[in-house]
Design a protein around this ligand. Sequence first.
Ligand SMILES: Nc1ncnc2c1ncn2[C@@H]1O[C@H](COP(=O)(O)OP(=O)(O)OP(=O)(O)O)[C@@H](O)[C@H]1O
Ligand SMILES: [Mg+2]
Length: 152
Amino acid sequence: MPEIRLVKAVSEYNGSYIIEGRSFQNAGRVSNEIKKILKARGISETVVRKVSIVVFEAEINIISYARIGVIKFEVFPDSIIIEAKDEGQGIADIELALKEGYSTADAEVCELGFGAGMGLSNIGKFSDFFEIQSDVGKGTYLKSIININGKQ
Ligand SMILES: Nc1ncnc2c1ncn2[C@@H]1O[C@H](COP(=O)(O)OP(=O)(O)OP(=O)(O)O)[C@@H](O)[C@H]1O
Ligand SMILES: [Mg+2]
């Protein structure tokens, strides 16, 4: 029998932020905060930039389309895991929502310069792993993993 080695993954740092839907005055606050924390921990510019983009797009989507949500991030020695979970309208057709240019943003969201339909595809582009699940009328969950020593 091959020997199985169990390694418990312990995060070096983690944080969670609650985000209220339609709180446009807070747009970008969570990604800014996480950016500062990662920089202070000596994480490379390239990784910080990718995490900031992923968190920014996720927080704007919660503000734009959900009632309330939480963004959690965890720093491991070799990766950063970002999870965004919200309660809200959910996404009926995920494949369509992932397409560049597809958007259901309302006038208020568009006036603030969002609603180009690029957020989810950018999250996918900057993630080494990306998963999204949604229940219409309930909410949306997304998970992104960014490798620290991955191809940069
Ligand atoms: N958390 C969410 N809850 C409900 N619907 C969402 C959520 N996130 C995205 N969507 C839906 O998926 C669509 C595409 O999202 P995406 O972030 O790619 O673009 P956008 O938000 O419309 O524009 P951009 O991100 O470029 O400002 C949204 O217009 C919305 O219909
Ligand atoms: Mg978006």
